[in-house]
Design a protein around this ligand. Structure first.
Ligand SMILES: CC(C)(COP(=O)(O)OP(=O)(O)OC[C@H]1O[C@@H](n2cnc3c(N)ncnc32)[C@H](O)[C@@H]1OP(=O)(O)O)[C@@H](O)C(=O)NCCC(=O)NCCS
Length: 250
C-alpha cells in the first residue's frame, strides 16, 4: 500500500471511494464527496492523501484549515477519512491518519480537530477538550489533538465547504422554491429534511404551522439555490404588491 498526495487524474476515483465509504454510514448525509470537491475548488485542501493498492485508489483523507474564535492560528480539520468498503479493516485508515498527522506537524500545524468517530480517533490521541467547541456539531462527536501543550479556548469553525445540503434537503428546498408563497408553505412534517432545514433556519415556522423559506440562510449551504430563492421571493413580493399583476397571474 502506498500513501501519496492526490493527482488531478485521481479526482473521480476519490469521489467514488468517498461516496462508497459513507454509503452505509448511519450518521452520514452522503455529502462528504461534495465537501471534498468544494474544498478543492476553494483551494482549501491543505492535504488530500490517497491510499493506493496495486494501482487502485482505495482510501482518501482530506485536511483543511479551521478558524478558532480565540484567534489561535494554524489549526486544521482532519477528515473526512474514507476507505473503500472491501478494504476496510486493513489498517488503511490508520495509515492515512498517521501520515496526515505527521505531515501536519512537519508543516508547522498547531493541532487538528475533527467531527467523526471518537472511539476510532481516540487511538490517534484525539480527545474531547471542554474549552474547545464546534460551531454546530454535538460535543460527543467533536475531538481534537493539539500538537503542543497550548490548548486553544473557543469555537472551532470548519471551512464553509462542510456546510452542505443532503439530496433530500435539496429536494425539499426546490419544492419550497416552486411552492413559494408569501403566507408560508405547507410541508410534510414527517419529512426528516424539514426538521434539519428548520435547525439550519433555512425554513422558519409560522404560527399557523406553515413554514417560510429564508433565502439568505441558504447562502452558506448553496449559493445557487440562495439566488434562485431570492429571485422567487422578490418576484412574489412584486406580484403581491401590484394588484394588476396579481389579477393577470391569478
Ligand atoms: C472508519 C474508517 C476510516 C477506518 O478505516 P479502516 O482502514 O477500515 O480501519 P483500520 O483498519 O485502520 O482500523 C484500525 C482499528 O480501528 C478500529 N475501527 C475501525 N473502524 C472503526 C469505527 N468505525 N469505530 C471504532 N473503531 C473502528 C478497527 O477495528 C481496528 O481496531 P484494532 O486495532 O483493535 O484491530 C473506515 O472504516 C471508513 O472509511 N468508514 C466509513 C467512513 C467513516 O466512518 N469515516 C470516519 C469518519 S470521518
Amino acid at each position: 500500500m502506498m500513501i501519496r498526495g492526490e493527482k488531478l487524474s485521481d479526482i473521480e476515483a476519490i469521489r467514488d471511494v468517498v461516496k462508497a465509504a459513507f454509503e452505509a454510514h448511519s450518521h452520514s448525509l452522503q455529502t462528504e464527496h461534495y465537501t471534498i470537491a468544494d474544498l478543492r475548488d476553494a483551494g482549501a485542501l491543505s492535504l488530500s492523501l490517497v491510499s493506493e493498492v496495486e494501482g487502485k485508489i482505495v482510501g482518501h483523507m482530506a485536511v483543511s484549515p479551521v478558524t478558532i474564535s480565540d484567534g489561535t492560528m494554524d489549526w486544521h480539520s482532519l477528515g473526512p477519512v474514507s476507505v473503500l468498503p472491501g478494504f476496510q479493516g486493513c489498517r488503511i485508515g490508520t495509515a492515512l491518519v498517521n501520515k496526515g498527522l505527521a505531515l501536519l506537524r512537519s508543516m508547522g500545524s498547531s493541532g487538528c480537530a475533527l467531527v467523526g468517530l471518537p472511539l476510532y480517533h481516540r487511538r490517534f490521541g484525539f480527545r474531547h477538550y471542554p474549552c474547545l467547541i464546534h460551531e454546530s456539531a454535538p460535543h460527543e462527536v467533536f475531538v481534537a489533538k493539539p500538537f503542543s501543550r497550548r490548548i486553544p479556548t473557543g469555537t472551532v469553525a470548519f471551512h464553509p465547504a462542510f456546510k452542505q445540503l443532503s439530496v433530500i434537503e435539496k429536494e425539499t428546498v426546490a419544492d419550497a422554491i416552486v411552492d413559494y408563497d408569501l403566507s408560508g408553505i405547507e410541508v410534510d412534517p414527517a419529512n426528516p429534511a424539514v426538521e434539519r432545514l428548520l435547525e439550519k433556519e433555512i425554513l422558519t415556522k409560522m404560527p399557523d404551522g406553515k413554514v417560510m423559506l429564508q433565502p439568505t440562510a441558504l447562502t452558506d449551504y448553496d449559493p445557487y439555490f440562495a439566488r434562485v430563492a431570492q429571485f422567487r421571493a422578490t418576484e412574489m413580493s412584486r406580484v403581491h404588491k401590484n394588484p394588476m399583476l396579481t389579477a393577470i397571474t391569478s
